[in-house]
Design a binder for this molecule. Structure first.
Ligand SMILES: [Zn+2]
Length: 216
């Protein structure tokens, strides 16, 4: 007898209530009967939506990093700042840890998140059993909490307010791209239903997920 049937039951992530997995088709939402939190929100073409958003995010990541977020003009002297160059300024000012945090949470983590999401949704869209899908999904879920583009954007806006008295501050193309990138990543996070993705990954039968039990 196979003791491991991961898809027949579902646990509420808020109150831990264990219940039978409901059969869902199409555009449906399932809430926990005990605490009311959302368990499953099934959108048609979920993988395709995620793939489109991830690709849009990867494209936006380029101008957000290549073009200046802000241009400062003091006494006729112009200085353009990209995300990377602002981290370098922090590093040169002796704030190595803050510089590292900017590099990690404003560049590397969003990039990794978008690459993982492209890989996952691409595999699910093409229904291909690409390697390490469960690891990619786990990593994506861990990283989801660590992308801090919004914090960076707020820091930029605060600095604009503070600098506007002493310098001419011009928002650059990087700032608009950053805003669009934040909207796209927020949308991709809210659209993605982890339960549905896990279900589809298990359906593809990734070898890592196939724990063999009951074959004594
Ligand atoms: Zn619950």
């Amino acid at each position: 007898m196979n003791a491991l049937q991961p898809d027949n039951r579902i646990a509420c992530h808020e109150c831990d209530l264990l219940m039978q997995r409901p059969q869902i088709q199409g555009d449906q939402v399932v809430n926990c009967p005990r605490c009311g939190s959302r368990l499953i929100s099934s959108h048609p073409n979920s993988a395709e939506r995620s793939l489109a958003l991830a690709l849009a995010g990867l494209i936006l990541l380029l101008p957000a990093n290549l073009f200046p977020v802000l241009t400062l003009e003091v006494l006729g002297r112009q200085q353009e700042q990209t995300i990377f160059s602002s981290a370098m300024v922090l590093y040169r000012d002796g704030l190595a840890l803050v510089a590292l945090a900017v590099l990690l949470f404003a560049i590397l983590v969003p990039l990794c998140k978008l690459l993982l999401l492209t890989y996952l949704s691409g595999a699910l869209h093409l229904r291909r059993r690409w390697p390490l899908l469960p690891l990619a999904m786990r990593s994506y879920q861990h990283l989801d909490q660590w992308g801090m583009l919004e914090v960076y954007l707020i820091a930029v806006l605060v600095s604009v307010v503070k600098l506007v008295d002493i310098a001419d501050v011009h928002p650059g193309l990087g700032l608009y791209s950053l805003g669009a990138l934040i909207a796209v990543t927020a949308l991709s996070s809210s659209q993605l239903d982890p339960d549905l993705f896990w279900h589809q990954i298990a359906d593809l039968g990734d070898p890592v997920e196939r724990v063999e039990t009951g074959h004594e």
